[in-house]
Design a protein around this ligand. Sequence first.
Ligand SMILES: [Fe+2]
Length: 296
Amino acid sequence: MSIDVTRLHPLFFARLDGVDLANVDAAAFDAIEDAFAQHRVLHFPAQKLTQEQHVAFSRRLGPLEVVTMGASIDGGRSTLPEINRVSNLTLDNKIRAADDLRRKYSKGNQLWHTDSTYQHIPSKCSLLYAHKVPSKGGNTEFADMQTAYDDLPEAMKRRIDGLLVEHSIFTSRAKIGFSDFSAESRAAHPAVQQVLVRVHPVTGRRSLYLASHASHIIGWPQDEGRALLAELIEHATQPKYVHSHKWTAGDLVMWDNRHTMHRAMPFESLDEERDLHRTTVQDIGNTVELLQKKVA
Ligand SMILES: [Fe+2]
């Protein structure tokens, strides 16, 4: 398998041609891991994957999350428990109505975020595979959090060094006016803490670790912490750090949740189908606990 790597943004995001994700040998897998460490978001065009093949490749990158949060809102899970269906279709493949509950819940994906920072063990990476895409809209935008960190003034780097942040799925959903969760669902997703600055395990580069799920800074007055988080997100999502991906059916895009943010762009058509499947690979531990182990 001969792999061609083409950088599509000056800072990150590469397209890998010549890869069949249903048949990746050890050498190709190593090449993909190298490219992933370097570019942080990889686009594999023209894939033909069954759900089982999508899951099998994802599992080589680490243990997979089982869909819980989205599944509690009317059928977010696909036929396999590891596949989160990012779709405007119902389970029997009918287009959801404009006022559909799951459509409303999914609007939270239009806020800048990284996946699963609200879980105690967050996500290493996500792999989103496009089955059906609309003719217009519905791009996914990615932001490079490593360069955004590098470009911060030294005083700001010192100010945020060692800070911990509280994350909750209910923080991001409240931002879109969605608070219709059962007591059981709230109890199942308690707030967690994550570090604000991460270090890449392969390259050693630092990055901001932000998300719409980030609520406030531990030990700071809440308003002050929220203002700093908003300032950092605004800084990190300036156009120079952002690449917008236009989907074609057959695309699989794999992004590093530790060192990028992303958001879904609006897709307003009510009569075109959009059906993507996501697997989510877990990180190796809670970011605060990993930091403490290194310090100890
Ligand atoms: Fe996401």
